[in-house]
Design a binder for this molecule. Structure first.
Ligand SMILES: [Zn+2]
Length: 170
């Protein structure tokens, strides 16, 4: 595991209600990212403080509150997740990450490898035929594999970050 990979797994986030899409993309990039559709600012701050998570917010008042409380936060400037990702990576000096099939995109739980034979009736037949590696979320039981959507995501990240990130190797 490279230094940068360790770095990325140590950084954890909590995102405000406006940043659902960004949260998914941070999970795609392998980052532990907590997101609730609804959460009180005070609860969000408490959780961030307890768990040492960096707060991501588009809410100026909340950002000021973070500063007052001495909590690390990023005030997200742009509406689009591409720009949002860029901003976070730039501001936190993240230049690489270990992406994909690490975290459940829906619930943020670390995925586990699962044997092909165990998911035979749980994925579409063409997926079963053409894919070899499968992962399961131990919490919500969703199954992930390195399909075309993954290629699409990698391409997207490559266009956002150039080919610097290590994801292009996996
Ligand atoms: Zn899950």
């Amino acid at each position: 595991m490279s230094y940068l990979k360790k770095m990325s797994s140590r950084i954890t986030f909590i995102a405000d209600c406006m940043l659902g899409r960004l949260s998914r993309w941070l999970r795609i990039c392998g980052f532990d990212t907590v997101y609730y559709r609804k959460i009180d600012d005070s609860d969000l701050l408490k959780k961030a403080g307890h768990e040492g998570r960096i707060i991501l917010t588009r809410d100026k008042a909340l950002f000021r509150e973070c500063q007052k409380e001495g909590l690390q936060a990023v005030f997200i400037l742009d509406n689009h997740f591409e720009e949002q990702l860029k901003q976070i990576f730039k501001q936190l000096h993240i230049s690489s990450f270990d992406a994909f099939t690490q975290r459940c995109l829906d619930c943020n739980t670390l995925l586990q490898r699962v044997k092909k034979s165990e998911i035979i009736d749980k994925v579409p037949r063409y997926v079963f035929t053409y894919q070899e590696q499968f992962f399961i979320c131990p919490r919500c039981k969703k199954i992930f594999w390195a399909g075309t959507h993954l290629k699409h995501m990698k391409k997207k990240l490559d266009t956002i970050f150039g080919d610097k990130n290590e994801s292009s190797q996996c």
